[in-house]
Design a protein around this ligand. Structure first.
Ligand SMILES: [Fe+2]
Ligand SMILES: [Fe+2]
Length: 197
């Protein structure tokens, strides 16, 4: 029988608590995005060579929220709904990249604006802060202006960290088939996916 030390058990317990908090926040503020056809499609489009747009998005959302929780312990409050919506939508404009953009440069510069369009379609009310997070998430790359809020900087930083992880760890979903990916995100976010008729 494997014996787990008290310290290790405590770390595992805290990790589980954080995962649950992330799941709850994603469900509370991002269910319509997570259940959208766009997010479904995101798990089928390759991103950062070895990952998918969907998994990258999930990494960005999780990292962003983890930063917010850490800041909260320092009494620095953040707008969680804006972080959830902004991180989940930030790259959805990149869907259909090969047909949409003529070059990588064009994709880099224009997909934040296209992501904003997708977000407007998926979310009823898009506050200025959320718009700013999506529009300026490429900062400090692609000639992007800096985000105008702490939440924007958090998502931009999480985006870069997630991109590195995409390149190194790649996709956890092999092959990127829809059934598997839907199950993966449903398990991780505790959401029930609407079946397409
Ligand atoms: Fe992006
Ligand atoms: Fe991204």
């Amino acid at each position: 029988m494997k014996i787990v030390s008290a310290g290790k058990a405590r770390i595992m317990e805290l990790r589980e608590k954080k995962k649950e908090k992330i799941r709850n926040d994603l469900e509370a503020y991002g269910s319509e995005i997570l259940n959208s056809d766009e997010m479904r499609e995101a798990f089928c489009q390759t991103h950062h060579t070895r990952s998918t747009v969907g998994e990258h998005t999930q990494r960005v959302a999780e990292k962003s929220l983890a930063i917010c929780y850490a800041l909260d312990r320092l009494h620095i409050r953040t707008d969680i709904p804006a972080v959830v919506t902004g991180s989940l939508c930030h790259d959805l404009g990149i869907l259909g990249r090969d047909e949409k953009y003529e070059s990588e440069r064009e994709c880099y510069r224009h997909h934040p604006v296209d992501s904003l369009e997708v977000a407007r379609k998926l979310v009823d009310i898009l506050p200025d802060k959320t718009r700013d997070i999506i529009e300026h998430h490429m900062w400090p790359t692609a000639g992007s202006k800096a985000p105008g809020s702490l939440e924007g900087i958090i998502v931009s930083a999480a985006d870069k960290a997630a991109a590195v992880e995409d390149f190194i760890r790649g996709s956890k979903v092999k092959p990127a088939d829809l059934k598997t990916t839907v199950r993966t995100i449903a398990e991780r976010s505790s959401l029930s996916w609407k079946k397409k008729k």
